[in-house]
Design a binder for this molecule. Structure first.
Ligand code: BES
Ligand code: MN
Ligand code: ZN
Length: 499
């Protein structure tokens, strides 16, 4: 897909299709009125005939409009202007791509007129790209023949322009941000959707190396021996039952300039390439979905790609502990006590609470970079899905400033998070009779919070936040697949930090 802006009169544009909006309550947008005038009332006729009522997502295609250089006009119903929000905007972009006609290869959107409350033109440009790119995404690399998805195929070749009344650098910036975010999301979705037998810890490491080659990052991949030498007994305890070797991935993007690698933002992503639960085996139903348990890691890679494409003036280090969680004769058992890199010991009361066991060592490790902030991203708890569903990611932080920045980034990028507590009072639940802490709290009791409280013990004195993306990183049901979240939130956060 290609994107650009066009600051010319709509009638002079020579495209396969020009898309103009029609609000249910306000009627024609400015471009629609102009098209109506030039065509001698083609839009009024569509309305009079009952074909266009403004219903959100309805599309009427007018072929060979007179007075216009474009081959078609797509009149797009936008619904009521009073409830035209982020999702409505995206839905209308998607509907236009679907409804404009199979023969359309170049499409011009007069979408700066599709005003969303609280959003500016730059946001419109960015959201146009994100919605369009999402409709061109498909996970088909493991199908033996090209599947029937002709529409995604066509969308991938589509040239899309955003019509503006004057040259506006904010629009171009919005398009570029959208493209970088979309590519980061596509990478995260692709990795998330790959099955555990393909997307192994070593595969993730290979993807990190490839990213480093293509985007001028530094990749370092530690193997079992090196992980042992660092004393990551907690991380290693999770991989005990698996024959796939663990990998500890470190990716550095140095955009701030200057000597060294000062004050990086650290992103730490959970990279469990399959979570069976281990000896504390999960029930069989929908267990396939635990291939998504590396979506935190995928979002780190996706965000680094976006940041590198945007050439942000900031240093970022991405850290991914990657392994499988499987049962076997050599697997960690409930009751086993392991020693983390920090020296703190952990009684593993449930081997299915493995995410925190790999993250705690990564959180300890990353402090050697003296990070300005540490953000970990993890499909950490089913309890977070119970609490927040698939709408908001759970945000936990002991730093109000950092939490506020992340919440704001989430709203700005339509990739929202909701703050949850990490109060001391919950720490009691992690007491162990035999080790410094247990890896689980009380059953059915603030599970997402106690998981965050566990992590908090490894980032004392650090500016730290944790995103639990168990509910937001993928969708179940018929549209099963990874969502690419929270790449937009993280990228927006870093854009703002870079200034
Ligand atoms: N990967 C899961 C969390 C998860 C569950 C993500 C469902 C998405 C959907 C995690 O490793 C896990 O199993 N957590 C346990 C923790 C419990 C044993 C304290 C959970 O949430 O049940
Ligand atoms: Mn688990
Ligand atoms: Zn897990």
């Amino acid at each position: 897909m290609e994107f650009n802006t066009k600051a010319v009169a709509p009638e002079t544009i020579k495209a396969d299709c020009l898309a103009v909006g029609f609000f249910e309550d306000l009627g024609m947008t400015a471009s629609a009125r102009r098209v109506d005038r030039l065509t001698g009332g083609a839009i009024r006729a569509a309305v009079a005939s009952g074909d266009m009522k403004g219903k959100r997502g309805s599309v009427v295609v007018l072929r060979g409009p007179s007075g216009l250089a474009s081959a078609r006009v797509a009149l797009v119903g936008l619904g009521k202007s009073t409830d035209f929000g982020d999702k409505a905007y995206a839905d209308c972009v998607t509907a236009t791509l679907r409804g404009c006609g199979a023969g359309v290869n170049s499409l011009v959107f007069a979408a700066t007129e599709w005003k969303v409350t609280g959003r500016n033109a730059q946001w419109n440009a960015r959201a146009l790209v994100l919605a369009a790119r999402a409709s061109a995404f498909r996970s088909d690399e493991l199908k033996s023949k090209a599947a029937a998805g002709a529409e995604e195929e066509r969308n991938r070749r589509m040239r899309i322009s955003l019509l503006a009344d004057k040259r506006d650098r904010a629009l171009d910036a919005g398009l570029r941000q959208g493209e970088a975010m979309a590519s980061g999301m596509d990478l995260a979705k692709r990795l998330g959707n790959l099955p555990g037998n393909v997307c192994t810890p070593d595969y993730l490491a290979g993807q990190a190396r490839k990213l480093a080659r293509e985007w001028n990052l530094k990749a370092q991949v530690l193997d079992r021996r090196q992980i042992e030498a660092l004393g990551m007994g907690s991380f290693l305890s999770v991989t005990n039952g698996s024959v796939q070797p663990p990998r500890f991935i470190v990716l550095r993007y140095a955009g701030a300039g200057g000597a060294g690698f000062a004050d990086p933002v650290a992103l730490v992503g959970k990279g469990i390439t399959f979570d069976s639960g281990g000896i504390s085996l999960k029930p069989g139903a929908a267990m396939d979905e635990m291939k998504y348990d590396m979506c935190g890691a995928a979002s780190v890679l996706g965000t680094l790609r976006a940041v590198a494409e945007l050439k942000l003036r900031i240093n970022v280090v991405g850290v991914v502990p990657a392994c499988e969680n499987l049962p076997s004769g050599s697997a960690t058992k409930p009751g086993d006590i392991v020693t983390s890199m920090s020296g703190q010991t952990i009684e593993v009361l449930n081997t299915d609470a493995e995410g925190r066991l790999i993250l705690c060592d990564a959180l300890t490790y990353v402090q050697r970079f003296k990070p300005a902030a540490i953000i970990d991203i993890a499909t950490l708890t089913g309890a977070c899905v119970v609490a927040l569903g698939n709408v908001h990611s759970g945000l936990f932080s002991t730093d109000d400033g950092l939490a506020a920045e992340l919440l704001a980034a989430g709203s700005a990028a339509s990739d929202s998070a909701w703050r949850m507590p990490v109060d001391e009072e919950y720490q009691d639940q992690l007491k162990s009779n035999f080790a410094d802490m247990a890896n689980i709290g009380l059953p059915g009791n603030a599970g997402a919070v106690t998981a965050a409280c566990f992590l908090a013990r490894y980032v004392k004195g650090q500016r730290w936040a944790h995103l639990d993306i168990a509910g937001t990183a993928w969708k179940g049901g018929a549209a099963k697949g990874a969502t690419g979240r929270p790449v937009p939130l993280l990228t927006e956060f870093l854009i703002k930090r870079a200034g």
